[in-house]
Design a binder for this molecule. Structure first.
Ligand code: SAT
Ligand code: MN
Length: 647
């Protein structure tokens, strides 16, 4: 651990101050200067970045993270003293944090990408329509916003310097970032979610890196006591990306994707820009390997909007006898065609930042095993015997007399309470390597070879369990047209089917129209073996029964098996206007104990799909307008024609 301090200013302390700075120290701090000798270990590029930002943010000291256990334990101890975390003694090295209830999720409306040319960042929506494909800010406006916020924002706090690698250290597909943050919670979380520490600095040498600055936006001393000891500044929050400088600046929130800058900000938004520049793909996709009883293994990537069970699928226990599923990643895939034209994927992350409610032995037994140690829980409830609790774990407490304290601190919470025990976006942050089904190749620097790309949505009506695109271009249309049922904003009540193209809507780093062209361009490249593209829907309901037509979870292995057969070129498909669906009897039903109405599950209702075409056309026209590539319009037209010709 390296701790850099202006010890001379702390004359009344005999030993270096390692815990939170005392008040008289805060008062005695004069103009900030980084002691040169202590950051001499940094490369000149990192050093000047740290110095530049320290000068602006004026932290009281700087700590360069080495990623060691010792450092982590020290930070956890510090946070415990400060009341930011408490141990969950029922497990090994597990900790619970409750945030300020005003800081519980990503803030899409305050997330910006700043470029000189607006159209580089977002399509121009049709007149009178509000764009929903990202927020742009001019460099001038961003400068003003940051100048209003950053000066002195770390006063009285430590600036932690986090060197981190997205992807296995040294993989040609990996990228390095340096995050500066004044939140020890962020340090502890980044240590789980990324490869972090001294070995990253070694690897970095004097190369370029992604610059990530984060502040909770509450210099000390604060005027009022922070709620739950969780400093944040919701009225001033901003999450900004500056592609030109490979830079991210986030202010005011300590939560999730707002503050763990490696995840959505770097790996997806800036990642997608780097991918476009450099000819690869940064996608919001899980990566899994599936092995059949003959021992043949294939890797699949899959993009789903939220609330479709992405993490559950990534860690699935297949019910199909003799099959094995292994996990490479549950959220993000970085993919590049190798010299043999094979698409190879790495998971840039090192941990899972999963939604806690709904995770249980039934829905995801592997996640439950993963989170038994070394895990940070945020905004979940706790049990009197030192455990975690959330919606979905009712069987853990039923019939037992265990006290529960809700995430909001209600220590009399019971199953009859009218509020949930945990915030719906509460999370576990847990090391990937603890997952019992991590794929042996999950850290292979070459990446794993991808055979199929799957898009999926929660579609109660009209959309079959699985269908295959006719070709790559048609597959790009399927990704672009992705829709899923979601709980809508307050003004609509209940559920609506929302557009979420490529499950990337909040994560595009640049103009979605240009992104579509980037995808289309891979078809023109010589020597690329393009994976087949599929669409799945586990959530179709019977028109009359109103019940799910497919049991889902482990049974989804039957669909993955059919996909693998198609990758092998087996004659198990029939043509429909929307793509290839399984021929009768080609979904393996061995051991399936339910009566499935395959007829209804695979039907392609003409009127439904013609209406779907209209909605997609409207969406493209309103949102993407002049930036829709011709080929995407073509594909949509062809889909509509096929449907019209269909009886
Ligand atoms: O908070 S994160 O952005 O990391 C996760 C999510 O909201 O998708
Ligand atoms: Mn995600």
């Amino acid at each position: 651990m390296y701790l850099i301090q202006r010890l001379s200013t702390y004359s009344h302390h005999s030993t270096p101050v390692v815990s939170q700075i005392c008040n008289s120290c805060i008062r005695s701090l004069s103009a900030y200067a980084v002691p040169k000798e202590n950051i001499s270990q940094l490369s000149s590029k990192v050093k000047s970045y740290v110095e530049e930002k320290a000068k602006i943010c004026e932290p009281s000291d700087i700590h360069i993270c080495d990623g060691s256990d010792k450092e982590n334990n020290y930070l956890l101890g510090l946070m415990q003293k400060q009341g930011i975390v408490e141990p969950l003694p029922k497990y090994e090295n597990c900790w619970l944090t409750q945030t300020d209830p005003a800081d519980v999720a990503r803030v899409e409306s305050l997330t910006f990408i700043s470029t000189h040319n607006k159209r580089d960042t977002i399509p121009t929506p049709k007149d009178g329509i509000k764009g929903t494909l990202g927020n742009w800010m001019s460099p001038e406006d961003l400068n003003n916003a940051l100048n209003e916020r950053l000066p002195g924002c770390m006063k009285g706090r430590t600036m932690y310097v986090i060197p981190f690698s997205m992807g296995p250290i040294g993989s040609p597909l990996s990228k390095i970032g340096i995050q500066l943050t004044d939140s020890p919670y962020v340090v502890a979380s980044m240590r789980i979610m990324t490869r972090m520490g001294a070995n990253v600095l070694e690897r970095l040498q004097n190369d370029e890196f992604i610059k990530c600055l984060h502040s909770v936006g509450q210099p000390l001393p604060m005027k009022t006591q922070p709620i739950n000891n969780w400093p944040c500044n919701p009225s001033k929050t901003i999450v900004a990306h500056i592609p030109e400088n490979n830079e991210i600046c986030s202010f005011g929130s300590g939560y999730g994707g707002n503050s763990l800058l490696g995840k959505k900000c770097f790996a997806l938004r800036l990642g997608s820009i780097l991918a476009k520049r450099e000819g690869w793909l940064a996608e919001h996709m899980l990566i899994l390997g599936i092995t059949n009883p003959e021992g043949v293994k294939k890797y699949i990537v899959a993009a789903f909007p939220s609330a479709c069970g992405k993490t559950n699928l990534a860690m699935m226990t297949p019910t199909l006898p003799g099959y094995k599923v292994e996990c490479v990643g549950d959220d993000i895939a970085w993919m590049k065609f190798d010299e043999n034209g094979i698409l190879r994927a790495i998971n840039p992350e090192n941990g899972f930042f999963g939604v806690a409610p709904g995770t249980s032995e039934k829905t995801n037994p592997n996640a439950m095993k993963t989170i038994q140690k070394n895990t940070l829980f945020t905004n979940v409830a706790k049990t009197a015997d030192g455990g975690f609790y959330w919606e979905g774990l009712e069987h853990h407490i039923k019939g037992k007399n265990i006290g529960i304290t809700s995430w909001l601190g209600d220590s009399n919470w019971t199953l009859d309470s009218d509020k949930p025990s945990s915030h719906p976006n509460s999370r576990f942050c847990t090391p990937a390597k603890q997952c019992p089904i991590m794929d042996p190749a999950w850290e292979d620097p070459k990446g794993v070879p991808i055979s199929a790309i799957v898009f999926g949505g929660r579609r109660p009506k009209g959309v079959p369990l699985v269908y295959e695109s006719f070709n790559w271009r048609h597959g790009v249309l399927i990704g672009a047209a992705l829709r899923s049922e979601a709980t809508a904003a307050a003004e609509h009540k209940g559920k609506v089917i929302m557009h979420d193209p490529f499950a990337m809507r909040p994560f595009f780093g640049y103009n979605f129209g240009h992104y579509l062209q980037h995808w289309l361009n891979f078809e023109k490249k010589s020597n690329t073996k393009l994976p087949k593209i599929f669409h799945v829907n586990w959530f179709r309901k019977g028109e009359t029964s109103g019940q799910f037509l497919w049991p889902g979870f482990g049974e989804n292995s039957r669909v993955l098996d059919w996909i693998c057969k198609r990758v092998d070129g087996q004659d198990v498909a029939q043509e429909t206007p929307i793509g290839f669906t399984p021929k009768k009897g080609t979904i393996n039903t061995e051991g399936l104990n339910e009566n499935i109405d395959f007829e209804e599950l695979f039907s392609v209702p003409k009127d439904f799909w013609l209406e779907e075409c209209d909605r997609i056309r409207n969406y493209f026209t309103e949102q993407v307008n002049n930036d829709v590539p011709d080929e995407v319009w073509n594909q949509l037209k062809q889909l509509q024609q096929r449907l019209q010709q269909h009886k």
